[in-house]
Design a protein around this ligand. Sequence first.
Ligand code: ADP
Ligand code: MG
Length: 634
Amino acid sequence: MSTTAHEETLGFQTEVKQLLHLMIHSLYSNREIFLRELISNAADACDKLRYAALDNDALYEGDSELRIEIEHDEKAGTVTVRDNGIGMDRDEVIQNLGTIARSGTAEFLKQLSGEQQKDARLIGQFGVGFYSSFIVADEVTVRTRKAGTDKAEGVEWRSKGEGEFTVADLERDLHGTEIVLHLKKDAKEFADDFRLRSLVRKYSDHIEVPVRMPKVETAKDDEGNEIEGSEVTTWETVNEATALWVRPKSEISDDEYKAFYKHVAHDFSDPLTWSHNKVEGKLEYTSLLYVPGRAPFDLYERDGSRGVKLYVQRVFIMDDAEQFLPLYLRFIKGVLDTRELSLNVSRELLQQDPKVEKIKGALTKRALDMLKKLTKDKEAYQTFWNTFGSVLKEGPAEDFANREKIAGLLRFSSTHTDSATQDQSLADYVSRMKEGQEKIYYIVADGFNAAKSSPHLEIFRKKGIEVLLLHDRIDEWLMSHLSEFEGKRFVDVAKGELDLGEIEGEEEKKAQEETAKAKEDLVKRVKEALGEAVQEVKVTHRLTDSPACVVLPEHEMGYQMRRIMEAAGQKMPEVKPILELNPAHALVARLEGAEGERFDDLAQVLLDQAIIAEGGHLDDPAAYVRRLNALLTT
Ligand code: ADP
Ligand code: MG
């Protein structure tokens, strides 16, 4: 065996160096996870070989019994993890074990602070993978050969995890990969049979590939004494070695579900909940879907990984099969195993297969039902909502058919609690509706405080009518795709005519009409003073404390959405607001008594203030300040 041929030493990608350094320091108390990561990779490699061999049996090289073997040497202080899976060629070794090719990596590294606990959490969230070997090893040797290649095409990779690694040619009989960890002084405890076996059981029971460890058996004589020299080593399968989702639900413990989640999701922490279903009949599939407890780093990346692990009749087909769940459920992780598709299905074929659409519909329903169930656990659901709520809000636009279901899962801030936490459901709102109230009222603003203090809420607060306070970037867009919930129409309180319906008595309405009549002259004068800046001037009954507010026509795009579109480089047509005046306000009374230039200035200041209160921008802020100062000093 020659290990020196074509040897080259290469530097790790900068990101890997940073990750290695921080990981070794932060994950000290979670060191044992290295084994889970290595077994997980070995199992993936076996899955990949089985898939590739579907077309080409020769890839097995006569050894189709896929397996993972773990050995240790206490004296040498080594642990070896070996698989007869797909293996890697030289280029793959350099790429896979020398770089991190994941979107969101740079952003992730920026967030690392050197603060141990916080970093441990973040690193766990990012996924540690192969590099976790260096938490326990001060040198790692990888020997591998890609299945189906010549024996001379093996590769040896070596590194101390300090910035560089060496690759060299290697003659290797076996295909697949062997990873030898040279344990650090303080990690020798892992070179122990009992320890390794319990870790395998803890982390890898659910992996279908058998994980084997050597067992030394000694023959005994009639008196029960061990016969010297009679030791035979046999391989013993340590894990359960059946695919978890195939087993009956009743026989799977929560811990097993959680361990499996960590394998499929490459996550570190527990999922919030899961849903395991076997469906027979017209459409046959088994699905095991999870809601993660944390957002992955690439949740908002265009090319972020999403989708389920796809199996066809237990044969692994592909990771990240994104065709089976809508985009707004991209945070869901899990497994789909179905006999509806053929084993040689590809990503391209998935796009054309009508069965895929059907399964997608079914999984979407499963996922939404799972979330609905989760709402019963208020605390867990709040965690879910805070993490993934703004993704779920994409739902009503993407999935018309499930709009009502999704609406039931939404959470908002509301004047009921006046809290920035979005924790009120539409059902909560409806149950609190006033007698005679027919609509669900909401306001959209850039931030929670802007929403909470909007003048538009004054009449609602006075009458004790609840208003939803929407302050997410996506909210206006969301509301443009939701028209009603449980038959109650949504109404933006900052748009169109204020219609409180039955809540207002006849007398109130009559009084309003009378006031409007009495102020006709004032309204006309203000309109003349403001000219083209406003569409209309009116007397309002929305306000109690503020002198004026601006209202947009009912079907006009709101200020929040306009800003988003403008920021995206879209040129938006000018909107002319309607100015509404509060006749009971002292400033409006003063306006009524003013003449000439002073009248014009006051009218303009009222309009500008109303726009500012709405979160809008003034075309000429300096002019506003000048006018206001003039009014303050005279
Ligand atoms: P991940 O498993 O999330 O892709 P890892 O850091 O664990 O990330 O592994 C990086 C890559 O190295 C894998 O995607 C795979 O291509 C390759 N790899 C790791 N271990 C093995 C193995 N035992 N056999 C074949 N390829 C492997
Ligand atoms: Mg991995």
